[in-house]
Design a protein around this ligand. Sequence first.
Ligand SMILES: Cc1ncc(COP(=O)(O)O)c(C=O)c1O
Length: 396
Amino acid sequence: MTASFHDRVAAELGDIEAQGLTKPERVIASRQGPVITVGGRQVLNFCANNYLGLAGDERVVQAGIRAQEGWGAGTASVRFICGTLEIHKQLEQAIAGYLGFEDAILFAAAFDANGGIFEPLFGAEDAIVSDSLNHASIIDGVRLCKAKRYRFANSDMADLEAQLKQARADGARDIVIATDGAFSMDGYIAKLKDIRALADRYDALIMVDDCHATGFLGPQGRGSYAHHGVKVDFVTGTFGKALGGAMGGFICATTPVVQLLKQRARPYLFSNALSPAVCGSSLEAIRIAGGEEGDRLREQLFANAARFRAAMAGAGFNLLPGEHPIIPVMLGDAKLAQDMAARMLELGVYVIGFSFPVVPRGQARIRTQMSAAHTFDQIDQAVAAFTQAGKELGVI
Ligand SMILES: Cc1ncc(COP(=O)(O)O)c(C=O)c1O
């Protein structure tokens, strides 16, 4: 019995390997940053979601240490039992204030925020209209909810309207449109102005996952909706990317919505509170991101992205268009993406090949990721390495 199970696991792993889809874990022996130590060598890092370069920032690290010294390692409890510390309340107020919402609720990860938002707020009478490229955690969160599901093709406003019309025709009580603010594999920014207009026309709510926008898109880095100058009803996000890079997620919404989530959201009710160290680092990251230094970091980040895009396109690479600091270098074949990433590492640049099931079959890519911490010189070195590897492997 159990032997057949273990044989099946081994066979599936063999299959993944044979298709060139294995995702290796490369071990980093240093802090996260534009230069990291991998395999005993210093290499340039172009794949961390370290948008503002704060993950290794000494002030962010020290704020985490101070918080841990003050509050201990953790609460050894979920929030509602005996796990809410003053620093949790401070972080909820800080993120809600930064993003322009009444209130916020913390989760161990944005994955949990997306997993926990739908089920308490929407029932079988309601409708969720979800973008086809939404993050896996939104898809899972929608699955956990009894609301009727509708899907629209990525950023296709005609299809969104058709789905909204259908949901209304089906008699939905409440409708919520769910979308990533910026799509993590493509770097496309959601068309939130158009989505807002359609939501108004069909009396729908809007939920945005801003994991790849909070901290750097829009004025003061308040996110994709601020970038488009519109309001949305719920924002989910992470402290694990631009805002310090530690971990932890949140939902920002009105006070009553947050209060209801605190009564009903299962990842909040049945999972431990965020560690004080994470809270301390995240608070410091919000302080930096929300101020003038944040403006300077955002300027550098987008200048880096523009420089990389222009040079790579000039070298003949096929890039997905856009302005976001996620810049996918499209290769198509999964094995080619792995080979390219391996060659890039030999050339001193750490990047990762993305393939199915993370992206659709046949759309394998190297998803490069710019940071405000990169210098122009480092950007130019990365482009030179890509150019060499691309020529060797017949990509350009
Ligand atoms: C769009 C999006 N949503 C949610 C998540 C999950 O974030 P976290 O790492 O905080 O669970 C990610 C992380 O990869 C993401 O890219």
